[in-house]
Design a protein around this ligand. Structure first.
Ligand code: WTA
Length: 635
């Protein structure tokens, strides 16, 4: 099978951009028709009305994404490795899973789900470590039309329960535990705690990973393996409508509970596959490795769906970059002769701090493309990656996108368009970017800085927030009429290259993970001694941005501040997960407020960033004395 959507040259890129702008319907129509298997073709390529907003791609088409990711490869690539599993412990064997084996394992698991009553449209929560069963469970759901909701297995039981209840999951698939470096984590007991608050879950399937003693709840909990052993190896793919939901994935919002972004089938498939091929310039014999967890969108689009739709070999890594030592990534690249490597700036910064000997003892000459995602990459980290990992011979793609966009929106194409350190550079063909000023006007001058928007639908855009279309409209389509607003700021140079400057809302990106300030503050405020709190970001040498909490106490007489800090972080861990813990906690007498009572986070942000000479306009500040006190005691 040949990919007709491959963009192999600068000329082809220019031509694709031209075509996609001039006649987007024809552009996507050709790509969809020539590169995928459909059970029924579409009636129209795209219908949309961004004022509702409603977007329909490939209306009337019927398909199953797993046929495109697995079945159609069997004739030509049956014995090719689809997933290459590298376990946490390097002394344990790695496990190559061929397309043929993947087919069988997905069908078997799909039949197990059916046997437990899961039907098309039902939501299934996957709370699993990075083991093959996670990818297989994703595909098994898609096989039968169930909607998967993968929850990152580092989230706490409370966060898990919120996500299970929000989309009414009927089933949870988990494991007895997980390995993370030298530690094991008892996932099943986290699930048990979550399920005390989740009445809708009928079945829990448990994959055995760490062979720990667990308690099975009668008529609810079942080990996966014995069920798989009995399951049939054939499972006909469910016939799905182009716009049937494929998955829900939660992302943090600036306010309130997490947003369950709903992605649908056909458009997501077309765009994740198209972007994978072109951003990584994948060739048939290549081994591709994305280090993300499938609990994040990067893992959905660029470990599972995008690579498999292209018949690629996708490496799946269970462990952490620092176990058994901080050379593990480089060791794995050398061991499997990885050709494309895709990771996060936070990992690059952390590993750049380690001895270069850990890099140099491994042969990295197989690398052809390096990628980054999740947060801005600083210049120093970019050059370290380029010099020491790519040896100035593997172009870096700095890929900007979001859970909401489903696929990479801004990037260079390796060897085809120019990479510029700290710039994500240019839009993918068919993606129309816009910068807006604060009055809602589009900035049309080439060189500009403003709020980043997208002005035309693309196939993999999220269609809604589960159960709350109103919030979807308000969050993404209300700031600027007829534009999708990303929540990010960006600047554009005279040549049309984009550089992301960071979030312009109350979402903070810590180590590449989106965290909303509101849920963290809610957690802090649960402490009985806390009156109120505000969380902001500040620059951090490894995490990119870390969290600074300002906490005003009710009456803390006699309380040890360090003990309080531990207690507050414990609550955050419990409510959200360890990723949301605060790096700094400053106790204050009060928080700076406007006359209308709104916390002035801008000021707190400046203090946390040590920019106290430039606090900006403080004329609306109700309580200047509080600010002085906070400055005097800043950490
Ligand atoms: C940030 C991750 C700068 C950005 C795929 C975005 C980036 C948010 C980049 C989405 C990048 C992602 N350069 N910032 N290359 N990639 N971001 O939903 O703020 O987990 O809005 O999706 O991460 O994070 P999410």
């Amino acid at each position: 099978m040949k990919n007709h959507y491959h963009i192999p040259s600068p000329e082809a890129y220019t031509e694709a951009c031209h075509q996609a702008t001039k006649s987007p319907h024809d552009f996507w129509d050709t790509i969809a028709r020539e590169n995928f298997e459909w059970m029924k073709p579409w009636d129209t390529v795209l219908e949309y009305d961004l004022s509702i907003p409603e977007v329909t791609w490939f209306k009337g088409a019927k398909l199953n994404i797993t046929v495109n990711c697995i079945d159609r490869h069997l004739a030509t690539r049956g014995s090719k490795t689809a997933l290459l599993f590298e376990p946490n412990d390097p002394s344990k064997p790695c496990e190559p899973i061929s397309y043929q084996a993947l087919y069988t394992r997905v069908c078997k698991m799909a039949n197990v789900l059916k046997g437990k009553g899961i039907q098309k449209g039902d939501r299934v929560c996957l709370y699993l470590p990075m083991i093959p069963e996670l990818a297989i469970a994703v595909l098994a759901c898609a096989r039968i039309g169930a909607v998967h909701s993968v929850v990152f297995a580092g989230f706490s039981s409370t966060a898990l329960a919120t996500r299970i209840n929000d989309c009414d999951c009927k089933m949870v698939i988990t494991s007895d535990g997980s390995y993370r470096g030298a530690k094991t984590i008892d996932l099943k007991s986290i699930v048990d705690a979550a399920l005390l608050d989740c009445k809708g879950v009928e079945t829990v399937l448990i994959v055995q990973r760490i062979a720990s003693e667990i308690t099975l709840v009668a008529h609810r909990d079942y080990w996966m393996e014995p069920l798989l052993a009995l399951a049939s190896e054939v499972c006909a793919p469910e016939i799905m409508d182009a716009e049937d939901p494929l998955f829900i994935l939660y992302t943090s919002g600036s306010t309130g509970k997490p947003k369950g972004m709903v992605h649908t089938t056909a458009g997501y498939m077309v765009y994740s596959a198209f972007s994978f091929q072109n951003v990584f310039q994948y060739q048939e014999q290549d081994v591709y490795w994305c280090t993300a967890d499938i609990g994040w969108v990067t893992g959905h689009s660029y470990i599972v769906y995008g690579p498999l739709a292209n018949g690629a070999t996708s490496l799946m890594f269970e462990g952490v970059p620092t176990y058994p030592d901080a050379g593990r990534f480089w060791e794995v690249i050398a061991k499997h002769k990885v050709n494309q490597f895709y990771t996060a700036p936070t990992a690059i910064r952390a590993l750049a701090k380690e001895s270069l000997a850990l890099v140099e003892k491994h042969d990295l000459s197989s690398l052809k493309v390096l990628g980054t995602v999740g947060e801005p990459i600083n210049e120093e980290a970019w050059h370290w990656y380029d010099d020491h990992i790519g040896k100035n011979n593997a172009p870096i793609v700095d890929t900007w996108w979001q859970t909401e966009t489903g696929g990479i929106m801004i990037t260079s194409l390796p060897g085809i368009t120019k990479a510029i350190p700290t710039y994500a550079t240019k839009a993918m063909p068919g993606i129309r970017l816009a910068l807006m000023d604060d009055t809602g006007q589009e900035l049309t001058h080439p060189k500009a800085q403003g709020k980043l928007c997208i002005s035309y639908p693309w196939p993999s855009m999220a269609r809604s927030i589960y159960g709350n279309h109103k919030r979807y409209k308000e969050t993404y389509f209300s700031a600027f009429k007829n534009f999708y607003f990303t929540g990010d700021g960006a600047l554009r140079d005279a040549d049309g290259n984009y550089r992301i400057t960071g979030r312009v809302d109350d979402v903070i990106i810590v180590s590449g993970h989106n965290l909303g300030t509101a849920p963290i503050e809610d957690a802090i405020n649960q402490h009985p001694l806390v009156a109120e709190s505000a969380v902001v970001g500040f620059p951090h040498h490894i995490k990119g941005t870390a969290l600074y909490g300002y906490v005003s106490l009710k009456n803390a007489a006699g309380k040890n501040e360090d003990e309080l800090r531990l207690e507050i972080n414990d609550i955050i861990s419990l409510e959200i997960g360890p990723i949301a813990k605060l790096n700094k906690i400053q106790f204050t007498q009060g928080l700076p407020k406007t006359r209308s009572g709104k916390i002035m986070r801008r000021i707190l942000r400046k203090i946390a960033q040590k920019e106290i000479d430039n606090l900006g306009d403080i004329s609306t500040l109700l309580n200047p004395e509080v600010v002085q006190h906070i400055i005097n005691n800043a950490l």
